[in-house]
Design a protein around this ligand. Structure first.
Ligand code: SF4
Length: 331
């Protein structure tokens, strides 16, 4: 089992399978992105080897992320490979975070491979606004994808980034739509960081406490004690029975129960969402076809997992993009 120096067992691995995406959300990517050269990316077989090593060492939950994971060529092969761990019972949950653009064709095969839940990033139900936020995205395609997920029996959680002046008016339509469709909903606060990834402008910063106050003016919100080992806090909307999540990048409330680490598509293992420290697993992976060196490197990395977040923005490159990916861990 993987246990860090603070006695936290590592049970949850997020695996980014690509840095590419078919959208260009303003807070995540610039319009003209240069993506990583193919040789830097782990192959699907390497991703299988790495994820399987973690599962052997006690990881029970796997979340597949990107970029947009479903644009990775041959991605179903990887899900199929991971589904063998579901079959043996060593993996308890296989899930993904997606922009849903490709979900119409992938929902059924994913469900057949044992995926039960998906997180979908969706910031508005207004088609023009959606196009403005995602640049390349089209809302109808995303809604088709979400409908296909529901039809395939997948539970859908919508992740919405709160953007002042961009989707304030989406708040109640999203809430009503999620209630009608039976989807869970989590709001994410994104800090404007002034970093290199086409960051939010300061005037787009919409603190979740303001958003929550708006909701509370119309609904009765009851705080829930529930935690998922992640950064989300939950409330119940009494009038609709919905469970709503809130994630702020400055939330420190989950460090002591943190059970997760994050693997990039180049084989870097990030040990904490709020810190830049990463361990290179690609080198030991490629050095030998045997897994003993890889497992030793994983253990050495986990031994470096810090106690908690360090959100000193002057020192850390915790930009909008990473904050967005934090959402992908939550709830
Ligand atoms: S936020 Fe998600 S959907 Fe948007 S560009 Fe980034 S990875 Fe793609």
């Amino acid at each position: 089992m993987l246990v860090d120096p603070f006695a936290r067992a590592i049970r949850y691995l997020r695996v980014s399978v690509t840095d590419r995406c078919d959208f260009r959300c303003t807070y995540c990517m610039s319009e003209n992105m240069t993506f990583l050269p193919k040789a830097d990316l782990l192959t699907l077989e390497e991703l299988d080897r790495l994820a399987s090593a973690f599962i052997r060492m006690g990881v029970q939950k796997l979340r597949i992320t990107g970029g947009e994971p479903l644009v990775r060529k041959g991605i179903l092969t990887f899900f199929e490979a991971m589904s063998r761990h579901l079959a043996t019972g060593s993996l308890h949950e296989l899930t993904l975070t997606t922009n849903a653009s490709q979900l119409a064709r992938f929902a059924e095969p994913l469900a057949a491979l044992g995926v039960r839940r998906v997180n979908v990033s969706l910031d508005t139900l207004d088609p023009d606004r959606f196009a403005a936020i995602t640049r390349w995205g089209r809302l109808a395609q995303v809604l088709d994808g979400i409908a296909a997920a529901k039809a395939a029996g997948l539970r859908v959680k919508i992740n919405t980034v709160a953007l002042k002046g961009m989707n304030e008016d989406a708040l109640f339509p999203l809430l009503d739509w999620c209630a009608a469709e039976g989807h869970d909903l989590t709001f994410i606060e994104v800090m404007p960081m002034g970093e290199d990834m086409s960051p939010l402008r300061l005037d787009q910063f919409w603190p979740l406490k303001d958003l929550r106050a708006r909701l509370a003016a119309r609904f009765t919100l009851t705080d829930l004690a529930e935690r998922s080992g992640g950064p989300a806090r939950y409330v119940r909307v009494e009038e609709t029975g919905q469970k709503l999540g809130f994630i702020t990048p400055l939330t420190h409330n989950f460090c002591e129960s943190c059970n997760r680490v994050r693997l990039t598509c180049t084989g870097q293992l990030y040990l904490c969402l709020g810190q830049d420290d990463a361990a290179d697993l690609r080198t030991p992976l490629r050095m030998s076809a045997e897994d003993s060196g890889l497992e030793a490197a994983i253990r050495a990395a986990i031994a470096r997992k810090p106690r908690g977040h360090d959100f000193d923005y002057s020192r850390n490159r915790v930009n909008g993009r990473i904050a967005r990916h934090m959402s992908h861990t939550g709830g």
